[in-house]
Design a protein. Structure first.
Length: 451
């Protein structure tokens, strides 16, 4: 990194950043209180609130959101007449999954091979540390030139929409000229990237019933309608022979014009087994950023261990449909439900229930904020030009904010590059990325103040 006072300050703060991230990762802040104590999330929320107060933030508050969790808010005043920038991250995390599969304990930040391992280290507790580093670097080098609002969400990973509904009920709270969402990531470690699109999603639960109760497969099998077999037929109808998503009436041939995702790189990132083909058609970028994608998240049926020779009377599945920008998630939900009903065989009774939904997002990359970020990233990543990429995942809050504040510019950056393996076992963050992106954010704030 080229020498400049902001970069030098961030470099000097990295040991403190590691110590703070260690403290924050130690909270088992999974916002599923049937699995993890509420006190763990409350502890993380209070840690964030204390950190904001220590940096001079005013009006620091723990907001009780409608889903029963807390988001943390604070305001740091800048010069009179300055622009306002909202910095977002979330302190809740995904469950660690199989803790035995972690090389080191998931809630103990551990350095190994140049990376820091721990649940939430990249997604998205590291994003909170990034914001703090950027602000500290500016304070040490002439001051923060804009008004800063920080919002740290407490249930982003659960998708329960608490902060979205709170923002809709209190629209004045998060008003800003620009919003920096610190919950995305570079396309590659060391390649500065802003995420310009997000797919939306819908979750639909499908129930199939055929009999009043299970039947002996020897006595009735062959004529009695099997609910599990009917469900399998329905689920199979959602994909073409090549694996492409095929929901009746849903357009699935859009193209991605920006940064491309090479197949070999995708296979490596996704850890696809040798000899196993990728699914779908078009470029990888088309498939993961510009087109709908259905996934069967779970099936309720008898497990293999303990299974009896029975024809199943009922079966259930949870289906996720990722929805690309330009496609309305509510309309996609209706099409998915209609498809399921139309493709259920043998007159089996079928019911569908939508249990979650979020719209897709597309940023305005022609805005002054993007020019300011491109200039900042060119300094933080010498010799690299800022890239535009999509993200196959969803951040429903982005659409809520875009709807509430249509004139506000929204940028998505963050620490979740492919090596971070977010949501998987052995999640990690690159301290080099944390350092560079903190410098980039600090320089962006300075550039944007003068734009």
């Amino acid at each position: 990194m080229s020498s400049n006072p902001v970069a030098e300050t961030v470099a000097s703060l990295m040991p403190r950043a590691k110590a703070e991230l260690t403290e924050l990762v130690a909270f088992k802040s999974v916002a599923d209180f049937d699995q993890y104590p509420r006190s763990e999330s409350e502890g993380a929320a209070n840690w964030v609130a204390d950190a904001l107060r220590a940096e001079g933030f005013q009006d620091v508050a723990l907001l009780d959101t409608p889903d029963g969790t807390q988001s943390v808010y604070g305001f740091l005043p800048g010069p009179e007449g300055a622009k306002t920038v909202l910095l977002y991250a979330h302190y809740d995390v995904q469950p660690p999954l199989d803790e035995a599969a972690w090389v080191t304990p998931p809630f103990e930040l551990t350095e190994r091979d140049g990376r820091w391992y721990g649940r939430g280290s990249a997604d998205c507790k590291g994003g909170l540390i990034m914001h703090l580093l950027a602000l500290r670097a500016l304070k040490a080098n002439g001051g923060v030139p804009v008004h800063i609002k920080v919002i740290a969400e407490g249930s982003e990973e659960q998708g329960t929409g608490g902060l979205e509904r709170y923002a809709e009920e209190h629209p004045e709270l998060l008003t800003a000229d620009t919003i920096v969402i610190g919950d995305a990531g570079n396309f590659r470690c060391g390649l500065p990237t802003v995420t310009t699109t997000l797919r939306g999603m819908t979750l639909v639960r499908v129930q199939v019933d055929t009999l009043e109760g299970n039947l002996h497969s020897g006595q009735f099998g062959g004529a009695a309608p099997d609910a599990l077999a009917a469900l399998i037929r329905v689920l199979d109808s959602l994909r073409a022979e090549d694996g492409s998503t095929t929901v009746d009436g849903l357009i699935g041939d859009a193209r991605w014009d920006g940064l491309q995702y090479e197949e070999d790189a995708f296979r490596e990132d996704a850890k696809v087994l040798d000899g196993v083909e990728l699914i779908g058609s078009g470029t990888v970028a088309d498939r993961v950023w510009a087109r709908p994608a259905v996934t069967v998240l779970g099936i309720d049926c008898p497990p293999v261990v303990g299974a009896t020779p029975s024809v199943q009377a009922a079966a259930r599945a949870l289906i996720s449909l990722r929805v690309p920008p330009g496609m309305d998630a509510a309309e996609a939900t209706k099409l998915l439900q209609a498809h399921v009903e139309a493709h259920t065989p043998w007159g089996a009774r079928v019911s569908t229930e939508q249990i979650g939904q979020g719209q897709a997002f597309r940023a305005d990359t022609s805005s002054p904020a993007y020019a300011s970020m491109a200039e900042a990233m060119a300094v933080a990543y010498p010799g690299q030009e800022m890239q535009y990429a999509g993200m196959g995942g969803s951040i429903p809050l982005c659409n809520t904010l875009a709807s509430l504040y249509p004139q506000t510019e929204i940028l998505l950056i963050g620490l979740s590059e492919p090596e971070a393996q977010i949501h998987a076992v052995n999640e990690s963050v690159s301290p080099d990325e944390l350092e560079r992106l903190s410098v980039a954010e600090a320089l962006f704030l300075r550039n944007y103040a003068g734009s």
